[in-house]
Design a protein around this ligand. Structure first.
Ligand code: HEC
Length: 266
């Protein structure tokens, strides 16, 4: 008589259980796969992305097609117009368009017709600006000096950290009659730049390159502060430059570079 332990189903029950659990797992995975996916085999998210791509592509194709020009070289034979012809027609199109007017002085291109026209405009009254200069013994605000010193870092490259000049890159500011002279000169130089030979401290300074208006786009306070700083540093002593004086000469911006002859003799 066989005992229960001889029944193969009992002897291999662990194996049979494992087989059962494994198969059940397989059935669950299969069921999940079947029901989570759309039977067409298409993923709706991918489909939506693809539709967008096709739409963009069609737009690009249409835009390119519209940009190409074709011409009939002989009957029934149409060729694409060579690229240089396309560029030529684009150039003509651009030329025929009216350019946008220059809205602000800072946009005026040096040497342009607009710059030349501006140089012949009746300029601001320099004597009105210079008349506003405070008395020579006016105390200088230390905050203005500190602000001016910070901006002077830009000037130091050409004029030297102590304003002694870096020939032939920049003339001296220390002891320069221009620096302590009429304020309108200094402000105009900041707005228009300065070129050509210049008499400084009894010698003719011929610059390697003109002085470009480096701080012309900064605010009135900043320009006034750096000018006040150079007028009261390196042994110089002169009245401060007021932001309102800088403001009075804003319209100088965009005019051609100055030469010594344009300045008031100090
Ligand atoms: C790229 C170099 C350069 C920079 C930067 C520069 N300058 Fe000049 N500056 C010159 C040159 C060059 C001249 C002389 C131009 C000429 O003789 O035509 C000059 C002339 C001057 C003059 C009149 C001449 C004199 O020596 O007194 C003043 C004032 C002056 N600069 C102030 C300044 C101030 C202030 C700054 C900074 C905001 C500045 N410069 C930045 C190159 C520079």
């Amino acid at each position: 008589m066989s005992s229960t332990s001889d029944n193969p189903l009992t002897r291999f029950s662990a194996f049979i259980w494992a087989l059962g659990v494994f198969s059940l797992f397989g059935v669950i995975v299969l069921a999940l796969k079947l029901f989570s996916h759309d039977t067409t085999g298409k993923n709706p998210l991918e489909e939506a992305a693809a539709a967008k791509r096709y739409e963009v592509r069609a737009g690009v194709d249409a835009a390119q097609k519209a940009g190409f020009a074709y011409k009939e070289v002989e009957k029934g034979k149409t060729v694409q117009v060579p690229p240089h012809d396309v560029f030529a027609s684009l150039g003509e199109k651009l030329l025929s368009e009216k350019p946008a007017p220059v809205a602000v002085d800072a946009q005026i291109v040096p040497g342009s017709d607009r710059a030349t026209a501006k140089s012949t405009e009746a300029g601001p009254d320099m004597s009105a600006v210079d008349k506003r200069t405070p008395a020579a013994d006016t105390p200088i605000d230390p905050a203005v000096m500190a602000k001016g010193q910070a901006t002077f870092a830009l000037c130091a490259a050409c004029h030297g950290p102590a304003g002694a000049g870096v020939p032939p890159v920049g003339p001296p500011l220390a002891g320069s009659e221009w620096v302590t002279g009429p304020v309108s000169n200094l402000i105009r130089i900041q707005f228009r730049g300065l070129q050509g030979p210049l008499h400084v401290k009894g010698a003719v300074f011929t610059p390697l390159a003109p002085m470009t208006p480096v701080i012309a786009t900064q605010d009135d306070e900043t320009i006034a502060a750096v000018l006040t700083f150079v007028r009261n540093s390196f042994g110089n002593k002169a009245a401060p430059v007021l932001p309102e004086q800088v403001k009075m000469l804003r319209s100088e911006l965009g005019k051609p570079m100055l030469t010594e002859a344009d300045l008031i003799k100090p």
